[in-house]
Unconditional design. Structure first.
Length: 346
């Protein structure tokens, strides 16, 4: 049996990691290094201490990353780490190496008293993860807008002219940069429920928008205080007419009319051949608005092999003692994933 050694990442591993991850990040060494620094070193909730490397002799053959996300549960905040950047050398794909890497991460989290690990990644490894102690939250539907021809931007986002929403009559403005404080203030004004929901404060909005391998498109509604915001995301290494979809990763609004106006403007302006939006936490009225604007609903069918490619969340208890408010995170009910998309952190 192949012998692997498992270590954390160090400064001397940086260039090797950047090259090894290029099959996933696709930025080239310099941009990949910047992405690695952004995702781990400048993350406001967790550093790179749980990044885990696998070596076969001296060769890097596998990596899993873990970055921090802050969640609020019944008024209390918790850092819940998220699995990310899982890459295994081609000759070891299908081997036990991925499971061994994640088991190593779980053991390190358990030793530090961290009780849960989350994963919003693609679920190609979903069946193996479910057999290894993970629980599935989901899957859920997403709205999809297919364009006959990709929309290619002919000017910078912030140079698009402001417009007035047909329903709300509010001004909709594309922004040159994230309005972190205004967006965080809007989130704080809106009800969020008692279940786990991501903390979207100004620090989080600023951090996410600084992703060097992504393009973000920020849109706000309101002639005074912000009454709604929408954030689109697109890979920074894929052209507008490339295959990667554009995703609406966040949309909050004080009314259904503001929501529909924001989405309508976004669908008119966001580049790409396809635009996606999670619908898990949208009301029936807002889902109907998406359909009226031309979106199709890609919904779960109950067939695992088909649904595994829909958005979902996987959670794994580490075995560490759990705070009382975190004891039921493996239950699907109660999660509020507004403002979260798996692409939001890429």
């Amino acid at each position: 049996m192949t012998e692997f050694s498992f270590t954390g990442g160090t400064a001397r591993d940086r260039r090797e990691i950047a090259d090894f991850q290029d099959s996933l990040w696709r930025g080239g060494r310099r941009a990949n290094l910047a992405y690695m620094d952004w995702k781990y070193a400048t993350n406001p909730h967790l550093d790179d201490r749980y990044v885990t490397l696998a070596r076969e002799g001296d060769e890097l053959v596998g990596m899993v990353g873990v970055f921090g996300a802050c969640w609020e549960v019944a008024g209390e905040r918790f850092m819940l780490p998220c699995l990310t950047d899982t890459v295994v050398a081609p000759r070891h794909q299908g081997s036990p190496l991925f499971r061994m890497l994640t088991d190593e991460v779980v053991a390190r989290l358990r030793a530090d008293g961290v009780s849960w690990l989350l994963d919003f990644g693609d679920q190609g490894a979903g069946p193996a993860m479910l057999m290894n102690g993970w629980r599935l939250i989901g899957p859920w539907a997403q709205a999809v807008v297919h364009r006959e021809k990709p929309l290619v931007a002919d000017r910078p986002w912030h140079e698009l002219p402001a417009t007035r929403g047909a329903r709300s009559r509010l001004t909709l403005r594309p922004l040159p940069a994230v309005a972190a404080e205004a967006m965080a203030g809007l989130v704080a004004r809106l009800p969020g429920g008692e279940g786990p929901r991501p903390v979207r404060d100004a620090a989080y909005f600023r951090w996410r928008a600084a992703n060097p391998l992504a393009r973000y498109f920020h849109l706000v509604a309101g002639d005074g205080p912000v009454e709604g915001h929408l954030i689109g995301h697109r890979s920074g290494v894929d052209p507008d007419d490339g295959e990667t979809p554009t995703t609406i990763v966040d949309c909050e609004a004080t009314s259904d009319e503001v929501f529909a106006d924001l989405v309508e403007a976004a669908l008119a302006w966001l580049p790409g051949a396809e635009v996606l939006m999670w619908t898990r936490d949208l009301s029936p009225v807002r889902v109907a608005a998406l359909r009226a604007l031309g979106a199709e609903l890609d919904a779960p069918t109950g067939l695992f092999t088909r649904d595994m490619y829909l958005p979902s969340l996987m959670v794994r208890a580490t075995g560490a003692e759990m705070p009382p408010k975190l004891r039921h995170l493996d239950k699907a009910d109660g999660w509020n994933l507004s403002g979260v998309s798996g692409r939001a952190w890429r």
